[in-house]
Design a protein around this ligand. Structure first.
Ligand SMILES: C[S@@+](CC[C@H](N)C(=O)[O-])C[C@H]1O[C@@H](n2cnc3c(N)ncnc32)[C@H](O)[C@@H]1O
Length: 287
């Protein structure tokens, strides 16, 4: 018997060789992202927290954190380059949809994208995974609406200009939790990084299960008067025409997000409900 959260975590220890957050690290990452989060606009109770808000997990591996975020009520896009890990993320979605068809509906959107929808939820109550590079398969519109970005990826210097372009396209208030020091990528650039100083947090990973590895949390600051901090100096990263296998992220979600500054982010209540126990309670046992 597996509960809903467990369905996202199974897969075999050999998979950890590529390096991923351990459950304790994931729980802490979610708590860190939740800290300081504001309730969604017009939601005094927090009951709709996370809905209509977009979290990006760029380099999601087998999608364990992305799925947990979705189970918390957030809308999530997860992107993975390696087809084997992408396949494992899809398999976890299929397990959930199969075990709990009254709660979830799964839609295969071509060979490179799968969407899980919460039955009876609003259109934006979605978890979508995409196979490809996050530089290519996430649209400008989606980056501009995201309120949280998790980027647990090693980014060598040749990628930095594209990373700067990606960060520059996020909205003010977007929180980014990253393996790399994103601000350092503005070294020798004419502009200051458009990010608050990063705060370090130790997260348990497969290669550092006890002491954890230091990740950095920062927030996108508003653009200075006169234009973007650095994007003006760089061509934007190429973006695929629409999402693979279908239209981009629902335009209505994007429009409502874009029209609601400051960016709403999932409440602490929603994100702290992400433990396996809480997710299982919420969804009922499956398996
Ligand atoms: C260290 S793992 C992290 C996995 C997961 N986010 C976690 O924390 O457990 C990094 C993942 O990012 C993927 N990756 C690296 N560059 C990528 C890119 N440009 N686009 C999409 N995925 C990428 C790798 O294939 C790998 O699965």
């Amino acid at each position: 018997m597996y509960d809903a959260a467990h369905a996202a975590w199974i897969g075999g220890t050999k998979l950890l060789q590529y390096g991923e957050l351990l459950p304790g690290g994931a729980a802490k990452a979610l708590a860190v992202l939740a800290a300081g989060a504001r309730p969604a606009r017009g939601d005094a109770t927090g009951a709709t927290a996370g809905l209509g808000q977009l979290v990006l997990e760029l380099g999601m591996g087998r999608g364990r954190l992305a799925l947990q975020l979705f189970l918390s009520g957030a809308t999530v896009i997860g992107v993975e380059l390696a087809s084997e890990r992408y396949g494992l993320a899809v398999a976890a979605m299929e397990r959930l949809a199969h075990r709990s068809p009254e709660d979830f509906e799964i839609v295969h959107r071509g060979a490179q994208s799968v969407r899980l929808r919460r039955c009876g939820g609003p259109k934006s109550a979605l978890y979508e995974v995409r196979l490809g590079s996050f530089f290519d398969v996430v649209t400008d519109e989606e980056i501009g609406v995201a309120t949280l970005v998790f980027l647990h990826v090693s980014l060598p210097p040749p990628t930095w200009s594209r990373v700067r372009g990606l960060v520059a396209r996020t909205r003010a208030g977007c929180r980014l939790l990253a393996y790399e020091d994103l601000a350092a990528m503005w070294e020798r650039q004419p502009d200051a990084p458009p990010l608050t100083a990063a705060r370090g947090v130790q997260l348990a990973c497969s290669w550092a299960p006890e002491e954890g590895h230091r990740f950095l949390l920062c927030e996108r600051v508003p653009e200075p008067p006169g234009g973007p901090a650095s994007s003006a100096h760089e061509a934007p990263a190429p973006v695929a025409e629409g999402s693979p296998g279908g239209p981009p992220w629902p335009a209505e979600a994007a429009r409502s997000g874009a029209a609601a500054p400051p960016a709403p982010v999932p409440t602490a209540k929603a994100l702290s409900a992400l433990s396996a126990k809480a997710a299982a309670k919420r969804l009922g046992r499956v398996g």
